[in-house]
Ligand binder design. Structure first.
Ligand code: F6R
Length: 265
């Protein structure tokens, strides 16, 4: 796991966008498959990718995308659906076909069957080349709440009270927040060939410390990423504030970038 501690959201957005650009370059012509997250954390990176598309010609032509999750009960057109969020914040501003941006159908009559079908569709597309993730303050990734099986696949999950409270800011009333979601599982997410996770702010500090340095356990679902060979974690100083090995990560990064040994404690 490569930990990249940045000074602010703008530097973080550059770092995440660089991982996207590298993946698009490496998979050019093969129909890149992107895994997309919603929520606040990836938005600065999406904004930077839109800028690179408009100003620097970064192209997503031929790419496909799979969202991580969707609320059960919200139809695609609902203003708080993740289907709509990703279009408004990212995909309708770049050159990816709208029909190539897939998400679980939150309004499916049989959500359990929809979850299994969605997992299959990702496999049939050849798997995800790059998955972007945020992290919940309780250590969830997608909606894999504490207690999720580390081998879980896409399924219907119940949201914790804490996640419902965290997400209430997007809804007029806390009672309007759906209590169930269709979510890619931890096993599904780890099938992605490359993963970039981004987090900012003190509220994520404990989850980030567990992610990078905690014991692998269902108690902190993001710790399952320690088993993946290609994960980059981009965090600001506040989100990094509880990392015991922060100085080492800075040192390792400067060594990798400059080839020289910088002073560190
Ligand atoms: C969103 C998702 C969630 C969020 C997480 C952090 O698709 O799967 O796991 O990434 O809840 O949310 P923000 O970024 O809003 O703090």
């Amino acid at each position: 796991m490569e930990i990249h501690i940045v000074t602010d959201a703008a530097e973080g957005a550059q770092a995440v966008a660089d991982v996207f650009a590298r993946t698009l370059r490496e998979t050019a012509g093969d129909g890149t498959v992107l895994g997309l997250a919603t929520g606040s954390s990836p938005v600065p990176a999406y904004t930077e990718l839109i800028r690179r598309h408009r100003e620097e010609g970064l192209s997503f032509a031929g790419a496909r995308a799979f969202l991580l999750d969707e609320y059960v009960g919200l139809p695609a057109g609902h203003e708080q659906s993740y289907h709509r969020f990703i279009r408004e914040n990212f995909t309708s501003h770049i050159d990816i076909e709208d029909a190539a941006v897939l998400s679980p159908d939150g309004a499916a009559a049989d959500p359990t069957a929809e979850a299994a079908a969605y997992d299959r569709r990702i496999g049939e597309a050849g798997g995800v080349d790059l998955q972007i993730l945020g992290i919940g303050s309780n250590g969830h990734i997608a909606f894999n709440e504490p207690g999720s099986s580390l081998a879980s696949r896409t399924r219907v999950v119940g949201l914790t009270r804490r996640t419902i409270a965290d997400n209430a800011r997007f809804f007029e009333n806390a009672e309007d927040v759906p209590v169930r979601a269709l979510s890619q599982g931890l096993g599904t997410i780890r099938d992605a060939r490359r993963i970039v996770l981004t987090a900012t702010g003190e509220g994520k500090a404990e989850a980030v410390a567990q992610l990078a340095e905690g014991a692998i356990s269902a108690r902190w679902p993001a710790t399952s990423l320690q088993l993946h060979p290609d994960v980059t974690v981009v965090v600001d100083e506040a989100a990094a504030s509880r990392l015991e090995l922060a100085d080492y990560y800075r040192y390792a990064r400067s060594l990798e970038q400059t080839g020289t040994v910088a002073a560190h404690s």
